[in-house]
Ligand binder design. Structure first.
Ligand code: PEP
Ligand code: MN
Length: 345
């Protein structure tokens, strides 16, 4: 909320507003311009509205400044949320590791990747059955057969599953199998899909569009929330810049910026940002240092044979080091690795 003082308002009138706001438990920030003074208020807006500020001497206007994303905004919900994915928390007290193959290819490959993920400390299994590919000639995913494989691997390992949906018509079938639905970067502004996952009854991971601003990302989350689903986790996965040395540019600042604007958890995908195996560990460390609530990482038992994104998949050796990092770093910042099947608390 902002109070615009009349040009002729006196210093005493400005001071009077400040003390009314402060005695109501708020903070008042006075900015004195050349022609007029404005006072920015921070605190309980509903309370401010009962103070009769509009009628006080020297006040010209009272403006209710509000962000356009109301349901996901931190303005009305200052406490950061925890989203539970089949009992696994993603939120401010934990670091949740989600890992698995980019795409579900076979039952053996998916199970092997899940075991690798679990050993590294992952409590959730990722894996795409519906793949949004740039080329129509590339492997498009196994569809419902892939979902069945994921469900079998969940049965064997106890790991809840996170999987992408690309078509609003597929939301019911994906929601039947998945514990969390993923909306990918290419679909961040597919509004029909956002509305469909908003009504699906399962948590949603919303990746940032590769060309989207943070505000557009939060507005996309608002579409999901508006359909009644507030179990949303945001995922920064790199944006398009002029830089060609990496697949995408990981916008590390987006993590604290988004966390300041929304109560929703924010995680990082270092695999799709860097696009190269050797960048995954340093980018993961950066993400944890900046306060990410989780990581989502590609792993594959035989990346040279992978049908999708092999060059960025971690193999057993890299995973040992990642496993150490996700166990050792979070306690330094007051978090712990989220527990799950095979991952002790
Ligand atoms: C993925 O996670 O498999 C994926 C396709 O990611 P993105 O949408 O970030 O490219
Ligand atoms: Mn991928």
């Amino acid at each position: 909320m902002v109070i615009v003082m009349a040009p002729e308002a006196s210093a005493d009138e400005v001071e009077a507003i400040v003390s009314i706001v402060e005695s109501a438990g708020g903070e008042a920030f006075v900015s004195r311009g050349v022609s007029r003074t404005i006072i920015g208020l921070v605190g309980d807006i509903d309370r401010f509205q009962t103070l009769g500020l509009r009628g006080k001497p020297g006040v010209a206007e009272v403006l209710r400044v509000s962000v356009p994303f109301k349901l996901v905004s931190r303005e009305n919900h200052p406490t950061r949320s925890v989203v539970s994915v089949a009992g696994v928390p993603i939120g401010p007290d934990t670091l949740t590791l989600i890992a698995g193959p980019c795409a579900v290819e076979t039952p053996q490959q998916t199970l092997a990747a899940a075991r690798m993920a679990q050993q590294a400390g992952a409590s959730l299994l990722r894996g795409g059955a519906y793949k949004p590919r740039t080329s129509p000639y590339a492997f498009q995913g196994l569809g419902e057969d892939g979902l069945r494989i994921l469900a079998d691997v969940r049965e064997t390992t106890g790991m809840p599953i996170v999987t992408e949906v690309v078509d609003p018509n597929d939301v019911p079938v994906v929601a039947r199998y998945a514990d969390m639905l993923q909306v990918g970067t290419r679909n961040m502004q597919n509004f029909a899909l956002l509305q469909a996952v908003g009504g699906c009854g399962k948590p949603v991971m919303l990746k940032r569009g590769m060309n989207a601003t943070i505000e557009e990302w939060l507005m996309a989350a608002e579409y999901i929330a508006q359909r009644g689903n507030l179990d949303i986790v945001l995922c920064e996965r790199g944006i398009r810049t002029f830089e060609k040395a990496t697949r995408n540019t990981l916008d590390i600042s987006a993590v604290p910026v988004a966390q300041g604007l929304t109560h929703l958890p924010v995680i990082v995908d270092p695999s799709h940002s860097g696009g190269r195996r050797e960048l995954v560990l340093p980018l993961s460390r950066a993400a944890m240092a900046v306060g990410a609530d989780g990581l989502i990482i590609d792993v594959h038992p035989a990346p040279e044979q992978a049908l999708c994104d092999g060059p960025q998949a971690l193999v057993a050796d890299d995973l040992a080091e990642l496993g150490r990092a996700v166990r050792e770093f979070p306690p330094l910042v007051g978090r712990h690795l989220a527990a799950g099947a095979g991952v002790p608390a």
